[in-house]
Each structure stands twice: as structure tokens, then as C-alpha cells.
Write a protein that binds this ligand. Structure first.
Ligand SMILES: [Zn+2]
Length: 386
């Protein structure tokens, strides 16, 4: 699919070394900030008089990679689920592996961290990730499609794994995107509760559709996929990756949902495609509101964020109690990735198009019948769950 460089998000020319070198040290700091390196952000805050709103590189993906939004939502969800103390931070030992997993969807090749045999929070410069990412962005901009044979980073941001962010390729039916999301949910949930051991080779994972999605990774283990070697915990990282997908699906730029009372979001109307979106508009809904206050306080003002915390927490509770996948499946299909009876194929979304883009929205169409969930009947309604 296509993606464009956004002039506003590009690296300021002053940060590029004269004479064709790659990047100045200032640029490195810029990039570390851009990819969410909290340690560098605090460094900049102390040493620089420049405002912290450093111009940044805008990318597809998370509830913004620039702010620690996924980490903060995951932290709050862990608290709601009673899995960490009320004052714990995502960077604390008890929460960190979940937070690290929540970053995996943006960094599926582990390039935002240095390999370290003793700790898993050793942030890299981010340069390798950035070079890699911008290379894929250019190729995608020329029309290259990234499918199962491509690298995971390309697939996650510009290709067939965009469902990891609650997004989809242009005109993909919502039921197709949801099927992919449920497949990823089943895999990550089963890893999280230990049903799929972390030493399992990906080629031996029996979740329908999974092996076809990772033909080049068949020999890798679950640990390898989540970059767990000497230290780290792939069960928690898998849970974190599931959190990321749930959370993104409540970000307005990623997924259109119905509006419910009290500012809550309801069923899915459409998954968005990044191709023709205004990156600026997409990002406006992805980051913490500006102004004073703690990250948690700001989070509560971000549309969709309180739902994202509550839904994430519910899944974490099921994981904590090691409930079978079927329980989580039911919850996800009914309460999280529930499709409206009428849905739209994927598009930029009317609120996220460039102002000059007059393309009409794809029409609403009847949602394709969804397969029943283990013949489950929704309590008290008699409805069969789709
Ligand atoms: Zn994302």
C-alpha cells in the first residue's frame, strides 16, 4: 500500500550532517524522542531550553509512538486488573514486560532496544529502526506491497499486518480485518496463559491462519518472535501486543466506532486505511492532549482512551485467572471487536482525509455473516454470537 512522507514530519534539514553524512548527534536525540525514548525525553527536558515539542517523525501506528500512550494505557489497565500496585509505573519491573510487549507492534524486529543479556529496557539510539522504517516508507510510496515474504517492520506499518494497529488496506471488508485481529488475539492470548508454550516453533502453532501469515518465520520460536533471549517474558509481551491492538482500535484515526452515551465508543463501523489519510489529522487523535498534568490525567481526556483501558483490563483479568481462550474470544467478539450490522470497507475515513480529497466514503454495506463462536449463545438474549 502507499504511504507518503509528510513534510511536517520530516527531519529538519539542520539536523542532517553537511557533506552527505547521515545524522548529527542532535538528530539522534531528535529521533530518540521521535520513537518514544522516555529516557532521552527526560534528558532533553533537563539540558535543553528548547520546548519538548520537538518536531517529530509521524508514522502509522500506535496511539502515537511519540508519547508513551500505549505504555500508559497498559499501566492503567494492569492496575484495574489488580496485577500491579496502584502507584506502579509501566517502567517498573512488575509492569515492564507488558509495556515492552505493547511496543512490539511498532517494533516487531526489536530495533528500539539494544541486545542486553541482563535487562530488557536498554533503549537503542533508534537509528536502525528509523533507517529501516523510512526505507520501507519510500518503497511503499512507490506502490510496493508488503506481504508475508516481506520484513515484519514493513508488514506491520505498510503491509498486511496493519491489523496489529486496528487498521486495514484500502477497501478491505471489516469482517476480513476482524478475522485477522481475532486470529492474532487467539495466538497472543494462548501464549499469555501458557497454552502455547514460549518454546513452540511458529510453524507448529495451530491457530487457523497463523502459519500462513508467517511462512518465513516457521523455524522461530515464540520467544524469538518477541525477542526474548536470556531475559524477558514472552507470555507478558504477547499480552502486551494484544493490548496494543485493542487500544489502537479505540483510537479515532484507526477505527471508526459508533458514539455511545458518556463519551464511550461502541461497535466498529469501519477500520481505517492509512494510505490516503492526512497524517496530521491521524496523529491529532493518537497523542496525549497538550497542557499541564500527568500522563494519566491527559489520557483520560483522549477520545477512546478510557474504553481502551477498561477493555484491556478485562482481558488482563481473564489472563490473570488463566481463563480459557473461549471466554476471551466471546468477550472480544461481543464487546471489543464487535462489528455493527452495517459496516464500510476500509478507507481513510471522512474525518481523516486530506482537505483536498473529495473522494466519497465507501457506502455502508451489510456486514458479512460472521462465524458462530463455539455455538455460544449470548446470555439472556438467545442471540447466537458472531
Ligand atoms: Zn499501533
Amino acid at each position: 500500500m502507499l504511504a507518503r512522507s509528510d513534510a511536517k514530519g520530516a527531519i529538519p534539514p539542520a539536523l542532517v550532517e553537511p557533506g552527505g553524512g547521515f545524522l548529527t548527534s542532535a538528530a539522534v536525540l531528535h529521533l530518540q524522542r521521535a520513537v518514544g525514548n522516555a529516557a532521552v525525553a527526560s534528558l532533553l527536558g533537563r539540558q535543553s531550553r528548547r520546548p519538548l515539542t520537538v518536531q517529530r517523525y509521524e508514522i502509522e501506528g500506535p496511539f502515537d509512538i511519540n508519547d508513551p500512550v500505549h505504555e500508559t494505557i497498559t499501566q492503567e489497565a494492569l492496575k484495574q486488573a489488580g496485577m500491579i500496585g496502584p502507584k506502579a509505573k509501566y517502567s517498573d519491573t512488575e509492569a515492564w514486560e507488558y509495556a515492552r510487549g505493547a511496543m512490539w507492534n511498532d517494533d516487531p524486529q526489536g530495533e528500539l532496544f539494544d541486545k542486553n543479556k541482563k535487562r530488557t529496557d536498554d533503549y537503542s539510539s533508534g537509528l536502525q529502526w528509523y533507517r529501516h522504517f523510512s526505507g520501507f516508507e519510500k518503497r511503499a510510496g512507490k506502490g510496493e506491497q508488503f506481504g508475508p515474504d516481506a520484513e515484519l517492520l514493513a508488514r506491520s506499518h505498510f503491509g498486511d499486518l496493519q491489523f496489529l494497529h486496528g487498521m486495514a488496506a484500502d477497501m478491505e471488508k471489516a469482517s476480513v480485518t476482524r478475522a485477522h485481529m481475532m486470529m492474532w488475539a487467539e495466538f497472543t492470548y494462548k501464549v499469555a496463559i501458557g497454552e502455547i508454550p514460549v518454546t513452540t516453533r511458529l510453524g507448529a502453532v495451530t491457530v487457523p491462519g497463523f502459519v500462513e501469515l508467517f511462512p518465513k518465520q516457521k523455524q522461530l520460536t515464540v520467544n524469538d518472535l518477541f525477542q526474548v533471549a536470556e531475559v524477558g517474558d514472552a507470555t507478558k509481551r504477547a499480552a502486551g501486543s494484544l493490548m496494543h491492538m485493542i487500544q489502537d482500535s479505540y483510537a479515532s484515526g484507526h477505527t471508526e466506532r459508533t458514539a455511545e452515551a458518556g463519551g464511550h465508543k461502541g461497535g466498529v463501523v469501519s477500520f481505517h486505511s492509512y494510505v490516503h489519510q492526512s497524517h496530521k489529522k491521524h496523529d491529532a487523535y493518537d497523542k496525549l492532549p497538550s497542557g499541564k498534568g500527568s500522563d494519566v490525567g491527559k489520557l483520560n481526556r483522549l477520545p477512546g482512551a478510557t474504553d481502551a483501558v477498561a477493555k484491556s483490563a478485562q482481558i488482563l483479568k481473564l489472563i490473570k485467572d488463566k481463563k480459557p481462550w473461549e471466554d476471551a474470544e466471546l468477550y472480544l467478539k461481543l464487546e471489543v471487536f464487535n462489528l455493527e450490522p452495517m459496516t464500510r470497507p476500509a478507507s481513510a475515513g471522512k474525518d481523516f482525509k486530506e482537505d483536498s480529497d473529495k473522494t466519497p466514503e465507501p457506502a455502508l454495506e451489510l456486514t458479512e455473516p460472521l462465524p458462530p463462536v463455539n455455538d455460544a449463545i449470548v446470555p439472556n438474549t438467545g442471540l447466537r454470537v458472531g
